[in-house]
Design a protein around this ligand. Structure first.
Ligand code: SAM
Ligand code: SF4
Length: 332
């Protein structure tokens, strides 16, 4: 039987969805949320059953890859059970996860058993004090133990994600790369995106481009550009003779990745977002709650919404906040 496909009005096949399982988090990273972040009342967040209904509808429409993210997905009670149910959905190639790593030491082996194939782990500094400054509440040692535990479980891939901020951690590009090489895992460097306004943090002061990252790495290593693509927005570089670590660059400012975009997102509140950098959304939670059991309507609404997927976002450096949503709501 041929798989169904979701195609937008520009002919892009949409086969990847990122679902934010919660807006809550045990960290308060400076670029992601304010220290006194107000979280959504529980009733406004998708229930685990509602997330499953959506995941099922997406896979029936041809989605092949689901990333669970947040907020911090592993703080949500029942997350592991939900993951093992989603992992078994027919047509799904990969269930993957983005986490801050704080709970990985205790959950890595259950995640593997639940059927999670790959994990992205965020880490922006290898210096304990600085790690605390960036995350406000995190412990570096706990995250490092979590990464090492995850590396022992035999996941298909583990990748570190580092947001590089000028004057905060831009001198750690090489240290983070060396750590990834030592652990034999990938690393992606992310340019900060203007999502959500945070009083204590001015994004235009901290912009550090992917080209700046490359220039730093070239001081220590030769780099080979590759044409490798995953289902995500990274482009990849390699170091000659180091096969176990790829270097990804996620560059929403300097290297627009929209023309090959295959992704949509569902926020913790159940809004279907067609583009990270646009506010346009469809309220799937309201639809599900108003029409219990009507799976056909859910699929039809998603199919129609895809036709409104914009061609591109347009982040620019002059405007600090171009989207009012915070990343923890959106699902990074
Ligand atoms: N809590 C999990 C974590 O930190 O991995 C998952 C959610 S977090 C929102 C997903 C990713 O988004 C993290 O790698 C984080 O560093 C990144 N992120 C958060 N806010 C960002 C921003 N304004 N610009 C770029 N990346 C951001
Ligand atoms: Fe939490 Fe991830 Fe946002 Fe940091 S980036 S505050 S870990 S959701």
């Amino acid at each position: 039987m041929t798989q169904p496909q979701l195609t937008d009005s520009f002919g892009r096949v949409i086969d990847y969805v990122r679902i934010s399982m919660t807006d809550r988090c045990n960290f308060r990273c400076v670029y992601c949320m304010s220290e006194d972040m107000q979280f959504l009342p529980r009733q406004q967040v998708l229930s685990l059953e509602e997330i499953y209904i959506l995941a099922k509808a997406f896979t029936e429409l041809g989605i092949r890859k689901i990333r669970l993210t947040g907020g911090e997905p592993l703080v949500r009670n029942g997350a592991l059970d939900l993951m093992s149910k989603i992992a078994q959905l027919p047509g799904l190639d990969e269930l993957v996860l983005t986490t801050n790593g704080a709970l990985l030491e205790s959950q890595a082996s259950e995640l593997k058993q639940a059927g999670v194939k790959r994990i992205n782990i965020s880490i922006d500094s290898l210096n304990e004090n600085r790690f605390k400054k960036i995350t406000r509440t995190g412990s570096l040692q706990t995250v490092l133990r979590g990464i090492e535990k995850a590396c022992q479980q035999g996941f298909d891939k583990i990748k570190l994600n580092a947001v590089i901020l000028k004057g905060k951690n831009d001198d750690e590009v090489i240290d983070l790369l060396n750590y990834a090489i030592q652990q034999k895992i990938d690393i992606s460097y992310i340019e900060e995106m203007p999502l959500g306004s945070i009083n204590s943090h001015n994004r235009s002061n901290t912009h550090f481009s992917s080209q700046d990252v490359i220039n730093q790495i070239r001081k220590s290593y030769d780099l080979i550009e590759t044409l490798e693509k995953t289902a995500g927005p990274s482009r990849y570089l390699r170091i000659p003779n180091i096969d176990s670590t790829r270097i990804g660059l996620i560059s929403p400012h300097s290297h627009n990745f929209c023309d090959t975009c295959n992704r949509i997102r569902v926020t913790a509140e159940g809004h279907l977002l067609l583009c990270l950098g646009n506010e346009h959304s469809v309220d799937l939670k309201r639809l599900i709650r108003a029409n219990p059991g009507d799976e056909h309507l859910v699929r039809e609404t998603i199919t129609n919404a895809i036709q409104n997927k914009p061609y591109s976002h347009n982040f620019n450096l002059e405007n600090d906040t171009q989207v009012v949503r915070f990343m923890n709501m959106t699902g990074g």
